[in-house]
Design a protein around this ligand. Sequence first.
Ligand code: SF4
Ligand code: SF4
Length: 135
Amino acid sequence: MVKKKMVFSFPPTLVEEPVTYRLIKDFDLQVNILRATVRPRDRGRMVVELRGEKDNLEKALDFLEERGVQVDPLVQEMRHLGERCVHCTACTALCPTGALKVDSDSREVSFDHTACIICEACIPACSYGALESQF
Ligand code: SF4
Ligand code: SF4
């Protein structure tokens, strides 16, 4: 069993297709939608956590790409710009997953991209432009 967080970008022609249903039914995957912006007649984007057998997961991602869905790892979507961060900790209280957290000894804020779900709750809290989303 493997687990991956991915970002799917849909062209307008695929926005209304039941893609997640196909992933569950045809590839026996568990699909947890973490975030979605899907509008008819516009590009859709979805952050998903997928769990399943490695072979099934690879086949499912191939299936999506064949259908015209762009598949990217989640890591590229949210960035903590360390050179701008002053470690004020304002963002950490707003982060629902603990992706942004403060070290109790150094008082420095760190970002764990593997825990981030791109909810963007942290971005307005940062007055220093140290948090950016590509979503
Ligand atoms: S986008 Fe959401 S989950 Fe990611 S670091 Fe910001 S508040 Fe945390
Ligand atoms: S709010 Fe901005 S400057 Fe403050 S700790 Fe978070 S990322 Fe750093």
